[in-house]
Design a protein around this ligand. Structure first.
Ligand code: AMP
Length: 107
């Protein structure tokens, strides 16, 4: 979606600090971190939020969730929070599905 901030980020039209990428998803540092480590996990497919998922997205969401513990560990987050805002009244500001992966570096 051409006007979507995160689609622009996927297409490298705007820069970001990417830590992981595969054919389905991208993971990068949040520009305004609210935790010592704050990453955003996004699908490459433009989906507004969880309310817009369809059964066709089953594999995509499954793959993303399976990658969470691996990405967390690779980024020194053996303990973490995973959060998703869905809809403007929940605090969603960017309308491309994303999961906030946040925590402190665990020694
Ligand atoms: P939400 O409020 O759940 O929609 O979260 C959107 C998140 O995107 C916020 O935590 C922002 O700090 C983050 N954000 C906005 N623009 C960028 C950007 N260009 N690069 C990285 N993170 C961003």
């Amino acid at each position: 979606m051409s006007s979507c901030l995160f689609c622009k980020l996927i297409n490298r039209e705007i820069p970001s600090r990417i830590v992981y990428e595969d054919e389905l998803m991208l993971v990068f540092h949040d520009i305004k971190p609210k935790a010592p480590i704050h990453l955003l996990l996004i699908p490459k497919k433009h989906i507004e939020n969880l309310l817009f998922l369809t059964p066709k997205d089953k594999e995509l969401i499954g793959e993303m969730m399976l990658k969470v513990p691996l990405i967390a560990k690779e980024n020194h987050l053996s303990h973490f929070k995973l959060l998703s805002n869905n809809g403007a009244y929940s605090g969603q500001e960017v309308f491309h599905l994303h999961f906030h992966l946040m925590g402190n570096r665990v020694p």
